[in-house]
Design a protein around this ligand. Structure first.
Ligand code: ATP
Length: 851
């Protein structure tokens, strides 16, 4: 503990000294270095708490030695390619392996999946995973297959043959299936499935049950799903099989509900902080001129990131998404829009291309978020305001799930508030939540991170300078705008027009003051800020009126205005100067990247190329950013040394290619300076990619296209891998199987016999990645036959398996939690905030309408 404090103090001193000595640049480097250290903690203290996440108590000590330690470590490194556990992962795995029921609360990107996937391989038999969303399930299954782990899913997209094979695996143990994903509706509605599961359990082959997004069990959660309520049947039917319930955020009340619903009252509980120490939070002023606002976004992206560094831009409406994407493209950024109004196959294609780093930026509504599994999203930009702090936490949290430094920028303009308020005013606590995020944005002093801790009812932790206000806080002046505020209120009071919008009020006040006075007084944006401050302070209030086309928000005078007019209230605006000009924070990650060698870039190109050759995996599944960082740091010159970083599994698949590429690079760049750093890595902007790797990229992309056309071509340029891409895929599958079956930690009966199933397997993987089968798009929503044994006559059912019966509630049901609960509710709100609805919800609705 003392050492922790000393270290923290030393780092503060380091930041201070650097910022004094080198100005802002030094400060930013120090920030990046700090983020690096925050991430490197667990490497040194395997399986213990670290700076990254705060662990909480459980009833027993799960940190000791266990008989499966060696096998677990072996699988972790050699199959999953993960070199150390993160906080709580090892303890959770130990508890599950000991047969306990476990409740896990771990922030987005904390590594929840490993907590059930690793025990699923350590225990023999089949693990059942309940997950709410088709897209999440597809991503998980694809990722597991890329690692050679036999995983399957029973969803609306599962073919009859696949379903048959899975049922056989459950009933007879054939096929070697190890991890099976289903939606909660499968448990609730399919007697056939439950009876197969029963048989699987009777034969002792049901290894564990995991309930992902477990907060959906609770009416007090933000994403209540009626069918999650029925999951209690699992413990009832299979009392001896451990259950692990996982969620990113859950209040005490939600946790109690979840335990009750799942019938696991005495479960072990592991809670991690909501803190995401690798995320740098920043609020910038959004210009009132739309084009200038996009210029700022484009400058931020171009100035800080290479085209291989992915990001998301969130907008309020579908139309805005299209416009912003178009304007970004005009500014040379590879961007595509994504919203619920697009054809499913087009959306799937964009998602896939973005995941494969072929498109840099997705400009989406909040509909783009559900099921994003891409770990290396380097920036999340909000072009428009989120509807609450919870949703902002969730949306921005899609950045940096790989734990590496990432940047979250919210472009705030007070005029965006009435746009949101007219959407949320009818929701429970809608305005309360919106005003909370408005306060967050208005503040130029308070730590952004602290706002999250307070909001989620957690003890405040050090921000480590990882938000704009902590990093550059000192240059704030307070402006007393009481006189201006009074004249605004008086103008509104005296006005005959009872329906004044915020922007109309700004204009009429500026007109009334006269141009000359304005130059010396407040800018248009400042007046907007004053008016919003008056709303937040209860001096003005918003009212809403419906027109034929929309709901409009107006500002009116509230009872609290008398305190201002009587001189009993002061209105102060915080104004940023100097450092707060907001130029400074461009690319904290980029600061770090300047220290990198071109090797990182070369390895980035290599993983793209390998992924292209395989045609069915994403670059991050080949080498994670973390792997690249470590390889650059260690520069291994034998396969054994490569294996120490990426594990046996990946070495068998790509080790020789990686080694050859590193050797060649070192030979070509004997004098390149190189820093011993294993912290965060980002592809260096502007660093020279070798001609060889550039052409390799092009050729990989051409290869990928030809794979998609079904043409077999040679996979170049790695000398060691001169196989056709098609042959390469088959070869890979074989290698995957043999590697896994040889893995000492894995039960030998565990793996699918690829000789018999390989064709299907290739087909399935390609379909997952490309979004098509045999050249035909895979519809995201499939009309499938419902289980006959449940519903009698065959009934067409929704592909996403969320809709239950005609007229039933949509999956996410809004409830009215008590006030204190609402204030604290930790949400992972996946419902849409705007006129856009979550894609899947929209699909449910549309299909219903068709009926
Ligand atoms: N111990 C670890 N070391 C390094 N990377 C890890 C570790 N555990 C998991 N990861 C990686 O972190 C990323 C996020 O993991 P995962 O998808 O399990 O997060 P999660 O907690 O389920 O997040 P979300 O709630 O957003 O789905 C993945 O790329 C995963 O491979």
């Amino acid at each position: 503990m003392i050492r922790e404090i000393e270290r923290s103090a030393a780092v503060d001193l380091d930041l201070l000294v650097k910022s004094r000595r080198y100005g802002l640049g030094g400060y930013r480097s120090a920030i990046a270095a700090r983020a690096a250290r925050a991430q490197s903690g667990p490497r040194k203290q395997e399986g213990t708490g670290s700076e990254a996440f705060v662990s909480s108590s459980t009833k027993e000590d799960w940190t000791g030695s266990f008989e499966w330690d060696k096998r677990a470590a072996d699988l972790r490194l050699n199959v999953f390619g993960i070199s150390t556990y993160r906080t709580n992962q090892r303890e959770i795995i130990n508890a599950v392996m000991s047969g306990r029921n476990v409740m896990v609360i771990m922030a987005a990107g904390g590594g929840k999946s490993l907590c059930y996937q690793l025990p699923a391989l350590l225990r023999s038999g089949i693990a059942l995973i309940v997950s709410p969303l088709l897209s999440l399930i597809q991503d998980q299954v694809m990722g597991l297959k890329a690692l050679g782990i036999p995983a399957g899913m029973l969803t609306s997209t599962t073919t009859k043959e696949e379903e048959k094979a899975i049922y056989l695996s459950l009933e007879k143990g054939t096929g070697g299936l190890r991890i099976l994903y289903v939606t909660p509706e499968k448990i609730a509605k399919s007697k056939r499935f439950m009876s197969k599961l029963e048989k699987c359990n009777k034969a002792g082959r049901l290894s564990l049950m995991a309930i992902d997004e477990a907060h959906c069990c609770s009416q007090w959660g933000h994403d209540f799903r009626p069918d999650y309520k029925n999951l209690g049947i699992l413990k009832k039917q299979f009392p001896k099989v451990p259950i692990i319930a996982l969620t990113a955020t859950a209040t005490e009340r939600v946790q109690t509900d979840v335990r009750e619903m799942l019938q696991i009252p005495y479960s072990e509980r592991f809670t991690s902080s909501v803190n995401r120490p690798n995320l740098f939070y920043e609020v910038r002023e959004k210009k009132s001129n739309a084009s200038a606002a996009i210029d700022d976004i484009a400058d931020f992206i171009r100035g800080g990131y290479t085209e291989k560094q992915s990001g998301i831009v969130y907008c309020f409406t579908r139309k805005e998404c299209e416009q912003v994407a178009e304007e970004l493209r005009q500014r040379g950024i590879s961007a595509s829009h994504y919203h619920a109004d697009m054809a499913p196959d087009v959306r799937a294609n964009i998602h896939t291309r973005w995941s494969g780093n072929k498109i840099q930026v997705i400009v989406g509504t909040v509909a783009f978020g559900m099921g994003i599994n891409k770990p290396d999203v380097r920036f999340v930009i909000h072009h428009s305001l989120s509807k609450s702090l919870e949703t902002y936490y969730q949306e921005s949290g899609r950045a940096g799930r790989d734990g590496l430094p990432s940047h979250c920028v919210l472009f705030f303009r007070p005029a965006d508030i009435p746009r949101q308020s007219s959407m949320v005013f009818s929701e429970v606590a809608g305005l309360h939540n919106l005003y909370a995020i408005a306060r967050f944005c208005q503040s130029k002093r308070s730590c952004r991170r602290e706002a999250f801790f307070r909001h989620f009812g957690e003890p405040v932790q050090d921000c480590n300078g990882m938000c704009d206000n902590c990093a550059y806080a000192k240059e704030i002046t307070e402006l007393d705008v009481t006189a201006h505020a009074k004249s605004i209120v008086t103008l509104l009071k005296d006005s005959d027009n009872q329906k004044t919008t915020m922007l109309q009020l700004v204009d009429s006040w500026r007109k009334a003051r006269g141009e000359a006075a304005l130059v010396k007084e407040l800018s248009k944006e400042d007046v907007e800020r004053v008016i919003i401050q008056l709303v937040l302070d209860g001096i003005l209030k918003e009212e809403f009126a419906h027109t034929a086309y929309a709901t409009n928000a107006y500002v009116t005078v509230s009872a609290g205005s008398r305190f201002l007019l009587q001189g009993k209230r002061k209105i102060i605006l915080e104004v940023a100067q100097g450092l707060k000009s907001k130029k400074g924070t461009v690319g904290i990650a980029n600061e770090d990247s300047k220290l990198q060698s071109g090797m990182a870039h070369m390895l980035d190109a290599l993983r793209q190329q390998i992924a292209g050759c395989h045609g069915s995996i994403f670059p991050h599944s080949v080498l994670s950013s973390q792997h690249i960082k470590m390889l650059c740091s260690r520069r291994p010159d034998t396969l054994n040394l490569v294996e120490e970083v990426v594990g046996k599994r990946k070495v068998e698949q790509y080790g020789q290619q990686i080694l050859d590429a590193i050797r060649a690079y070192v030979k070509e760049h004997p004098d390149e300076e190189f820093e011993e750093k294993e912290g965060p890595w980002v592809a260096p902007k502007g660093s020279k990619t070798s001609i060889a790797s550039q052409s390799a990229q092009k050729s990989a992309s051409a290869k990928r296209k030809s794979i998609q056309r079904g043409v077999s071509q040679e996979c170049e340029p790695q000398r060691s891998a001169k196989k056709s891409c098609a042959a390469g895929k088959a070869e890979t599958l074989k290698r995957e199987t043999s590697a896994l079956s040889k893995s000492p930690g894995v039960a030998q009966d565990a793996y699918i016999d690829l000789d018999s199933d390989s064709d299907d397997d290739v087909e399935l993987r390609e379909h997952s990645v490309r979004g098509d089968i045999n050249g035909k798009p895979v519809p995201e929503i499939n009309e499938v036959e419902d289980d006959e044994d449940i519903d009698g006559p065959k009934k067409k059912r929704l592909g996403i398996e969320e809709c239950t019966q005609e007229g039933e509630d949509l999956p996410s049901v809004k409830t009215n939690p008590p006030k204190e609960q609402r204030a604290k509710t930790v949400t992972q709100n996946k419902r849409p905030a705007s006129d856009d609805e979550d894609e899947d919800f929209v699909l449910v609705k549309r299909t219903r309408r068709k009926k």
